[in-house]
Design a protein around this ligand. Structure first.
Ligand code: NAD
Length: 347
C-alpha cells in the first residue's frame, strides 16, 4: 500500500506518520508538507531514515505538484491533515486559510477522483477535521455527527467548507471517503502558539499567561497519541461515507486548565505551589470566540471500540516532561518570526 499523508511535519501529522511508518512496515508512507512555520522535520528525525518513508516537500495548493505525485507514486489512500490550523491567524489572514484548507483540499480531491476512477473500491480518502465546524454550544449538550454545521471563525468556516467538498466528491464522483471531527489535541511537538504549549513555554520563562476574556471558555482535550490511534483505526476499519467524532470525554474551562497546568509545572520545576498562577493575565477576548465545544464520541467508541488511553493528568504530565526535555526544540521554534507574531498578538 502506498499512502499519502499530508501535513506530516506538523503537530498531529508527525504522530500519524510515525505510527504508520512503525506499525506498517509493508506500507510506504509519503509525507507531503510545505514546511510552513508550523511544519518541522525535526518532529520526525527518529524515523526519517526508515526504508518505508519518503518526505516530499510541496504545497497542496500547487495543482501540478499534486497531479505529478499522484501519477508517480500511485497512492492507494490519502490521510489529509495539511491545513492552516490556528484560529487567531485566521482572523488576521483569512485568505491563507481559504487557499490551503479549501483550494488545497479540492486539489487533492480532484487528483484522487481522477487517478482512482477505474479502481475506486480499493481506495480511501480520509479527511481530518475539527469539532469547531459545529459552532458553539451553550452550558449543556454535546456535538454529535448529525449536528448542523455552524462555523464562526474563518478557520472553522474553511474546515467546514473542506468537509463539504469531501462529501460532495463522495456523492458526485463516488470517491470513497471518511471524515473525522476531533476536539482540541495536546501533546509533544505542538507549536507554542496554542494554549497548552504556549503556557508551558511561558511558565518555564516566567512570562505572563494571557487568558482570553473571563477564562470560562470550555474545550474538550485529547492527547495527540490517542488521536493518532483513532486515525489508524478509522483509516483501516471506518465505514465509507461516514463521519466519526473523536474526543477525550474531557471538558475543561480554560481557567481551570491553566490553574492545573500551573500546579503541575510548579511541582516539576521545584517552584513553590502557587508561583506560576501569579503569571495569569486576562487579555482582550478573541472576536467571535465560541463559548463551549464538547464532543459526543460514542459512535467511534461503540462501532470501532476506540477510547482514550490516558487520563488528562497523565497526558499533561507526559506533555510537560517532553517540553522540559526538548528545550532546544522549543528554543528553535520560538525564535525568529515567532517573536514578531507573539508581539503582535499579545502586546
Ligand atoms: P499544524 O498547524 O501543526 O500542522 C499543519 C501542517 O500542514 C504543517 O506541517 C504545515 O507545514 C502543513 N501545511 C500547511 N499548509 C500547507 C500547504 N499549503 N501544503 C502542504 N502542507 C501544508 O496542524 P495540526 O494541529 O497538526 O492539525 C492537523 C490537522 O488536524 C488540521 O487539518 C486541523 O484542522 C486538524 N485538527 C487539529 C486539531 C488540534 O487540536 N490541533 C483538532 C482537530 C482537528
Amino acid at each position: 500500500m502506498h499512502i499519502l499523508i499530508t501535513g506530516g511535519a506538523g503537530f498531529i501529522g508527525s504522530h500519524v506518520v510515525r505510527r504508520f511508518v512503525k506499525s506498517y512496515p509493508k506500507y510506504h508512507i509519503y509525507n507531503v508538507d510545505a514546511l510552513t512555520y508550523a511544519g518541522n522535520l525535526e518532529n520526525l528525525s527518529d524515523i526519517e531514515d526508515s526504508s518505508n518513508y519518503t518526505f516530499l516537500k510541496g504545497d497542496i495548493t500547487d495543482e501540478n505538484f499534486i497531479q505529478d505525485i499522484f501519477k508517480k507514486y500511485n497512492f492507494d489512500g490519502v490521510i489529509h491533515l495539511a491545513a492552516e490550523s490556528h484560529v487567531d491567524r485566521s482572523i488576521t489572514d483569512p485568505m491563507a486559510f481559504v487557499k490551503t484548507n479549501v483550494i488545497g483540499t479540492v486539489n487533492l480531491l480532484n487528483a484522487a477522483s481522477d487517478f482512482w476512477k477505474n479502481d475506486l473500491e480499493s481506495k480511501r480518502f480520509y479527511h481530518i477535521s475539527t469539532d469547531e465546524v459545529y459552532g458553539a454550544l451553550g452550558e449543556s449538550g454535546l456535538f454529535t455527527e448529525t449536528r448542523a454545521y455552524d462555523p464562526n471563525s474563518p478557520y472553522s468556516a474553511s474546515k467546514a467548507s473542506s468537509d463539504h467538498f469531501v462529501r460532495a466528491y463522495g456523492e458526485t464522483y463516488k470517491l470513497p471517503y471518511v471524515i473525522t471531527n476531533c476536539s482540541n489535541n495536546y501533546g509533544p511537538n505542538h507549536f507554542p502558539e496554542k494554549l497548552i504549549p504556549l503556557f508551558i513555554n511561558n511558565i518555564i520563562h516566567k512570562k505572563a499567561l494571557p487568558v482570553y476574556g473571563d477564562g470560562n471558555y470550555t474545550r474538550d482535550w485529547l492527547y495527540v497519541i490517542d488521536h493518532a490511534r483513532a486515525i489508524d483505526l478509522v483509516f483501516h476499519k471506518g465505514k465509507n461515507a461516514e463521519t466519526y467524532n473523536i474526543g477525550g470525554f474531557n471538558e475543561w474551562k480554560n481557567i481551570d486548565l491553566v490553574k492545573l497546568l500551573c500546579s503541575l509545572m510548579d511541582a516539576k520545576l521545584n517552584r513553590p505551589l502557587g508561583d506560576s498562577e501569579k503569571l495569569i493575565t486576562y487579555v482582550k477576548d478573541r472576536p467571535g470566540h465560541d463559548l463551549r465545544y464538547a464532543i459526543d464520541a460514542s459512535k467511534i467508541n461503540k462501532e470501532l471500540g476506540w477510547e482514550p488511553s490516558v487520563t488528562f493528568k497523565e497526558g499533561l504530565e507526559k506533555t510537560i516532561d517532553w517540553y522540559l526535555q526538548n528545550e532546544e526544540w522549543l528554543e528553535s521554534v520560538t525564535s525568529g518570526n515567532y517573536q514578531e507574531y507573539y508581539k503582535k498578538q499579545y502586546n
